[in-house]
Design a protein around this ligand. Structure first.
Ligand code: NAD
Ligand code: WQD
Length: 337
């Protein structure tokens, strides 16, 4: 198939473009390079032995997007493009609603006019909010707690409304848990700009000497070691989940929701110690106050993806840390060199 991938130069997008090329698909990437580098795609091309086309276009620019569709004739879309920092979304909510929600509406209008009705969307476990018991299951009522999460919820609603109005639409809503790790080659990986918000990129920058020590937000949660539990998933497992979802919806119209996670929780301290094992030395850390908005624990019930997509995670916490560390050690300053 010819797949148009929005946000395809970003962290999860670049790994998915590689998985698509390896599965024999042709790929067109649309990205405004706001949070990524074209170098990622160049390296994906090296790894795959063939390249994806890159169109530097902002999703909110409907006419530029229409032109891309007219020139490339994609058959399906995987939609990663978006802003993703929870804290930032509370400070500049309008930018989040415009970029993530209005950007998706622009994409869907162009798809509709171009006759493309198949889309895989990057949603997030954050849509489950704070009231659901874990493990989270796809049938649970959702209710995000911040503007970022609400953009995910809005786009889920818009996509399911669009699919309800026209039985030709095929929609996959993929709710990711906590993606970490990198391609085992160490050539592509996560390259956060500024101070990393997420745990594993922060640990990796401590390990490579860019940050002094990790602060662990909270040691008094009601969990086995007092730190929060999350469902970390290797980014290559996640990328493979997209290929499986894309192939599934080709034969199944309508809206489908799948958790993409491993199905168990790992604590912040366990993650730190796994990373120390990968690096081969202890890393400095201190306990700090709880981070506002953090939930003590959650993970996925991953059984629906296993039943429908025949997909489940195959890579361990140790592999996530080893691969993340290989990428960080080989590229201490990310793609900037
Ligand atoms: P990323 O920032 O690395 O990738 C997103 C890409 O989208 C970037 O390359 C950016 O330049 C591009 N982009 C943003 N707005 C755009 C626009 N208006 N037009 C064109 N391009 C635009 O992020 P990621 O970690 O790869 O996340 C990909 C998707 O997965 C996002 O939608 C994110 O919300 C979602 N997600 C991420 C996580 C996570 O922890 N990384 C978890 C759950 C869901
Ligand atoms: C994990 C744990 C922190 C950094 C976020 C988004 C979510 C999704 C994935 C997009 C927590 C602790 C972290 C640090 C720490 N993204 N931590 N010190 O919060 O589970 O999820 O990313 O959809 O929407 O909210 O991930 O990696 O930020 O935190 O102690 O410097 O690590 O408190 O317990 P989170 P995270």
């Amino acid at each position: 198939m010819r797949i148009l991938v929005t946000g395809g130069t970003g962290y999860i997008g670049s790994h998915t473009v590689l998985a698509l090329l390896e599965a024999g698909h042709d790929v067109i990437v649309v990205d405004n390079l706001y949070n990524s580098s074209p170098e990622a795609l160049r390296r994906v091309g090296e790894l795959a032995g063939r390249t994806a086309d890159l169109e530097v276009v902002d999703l909110t620019d409907e006419s530029a997007l229409e032109d891309v569709f007219a020139r490339h004739h994609p058959e399906s879309v995987i939609h990663f493009a978006g802003l993703k920092a929870v804290g930032e979304s509370t400070r500049i909510p309008l930018d989040y609603y415009y970029n993530n929600t209005a950007g998706t509406i622009s994409l869907l209008r162009v798809m509709q006019r171009s006759g493309i009705r198949s889309i895989v969307f990057s949603s997030s476990a954050t849509v489950y909010g704070e009231h659901n018991p874990y493990p989270y299951m796809e049938h649970m009522e959702i209710g995000a707690m911040n503007p970022y999460g609400r953009t995910k919820e809005q786009v889920e609603d818009i996509l399911s409304d669009v699919a309800a109005a026209d039985p030709e639409w095929r929609v996959a809503l993929l709710r990711y848990f906590n993606p970490v790790g990198a391609h085992p080659s160490g050539r592509i990986g996560e390259d956060p700009q500024g101070i990393p918000n997420n745990l594993v990129p922060f640990i990796a920058q401590v390990a490579v000497g860019r940050r002094e020590r990790l602060q662990i937000f909270g040691d008094d949660y009601d969990t086995p070691d007092g730190t929060c539990l999350r469902d970390y998933i290797h980014v290559v497992d996640l990328a493979e989940g997209h290929v499986a979802a894309l192939e599934y919806i080709a034969g199944h119209p309508g809206t489908h929701r799948w958790n993409l996670g491993g199905g168990s929780g790992t604590s912040v301290l366990e993650m730190l110690h796994a990373f120390e094992k990968a690096v081969g030395r202890e890393l400095p850390y201190e306990f700090a106050p709880r981070r506002p908005g953090d939930l003590p624990a959650f993970w996925a019930d991953a059984s629906r993806a296993k039943a429908d997509l025949e997909w489940s995670v195959t890579r361990s916490i140790d592999e996530m840390c080893r691969d993340h560390w290989r990428w960080q050690e080989n590229n201490p300053n990310g793609y900037a060199g």
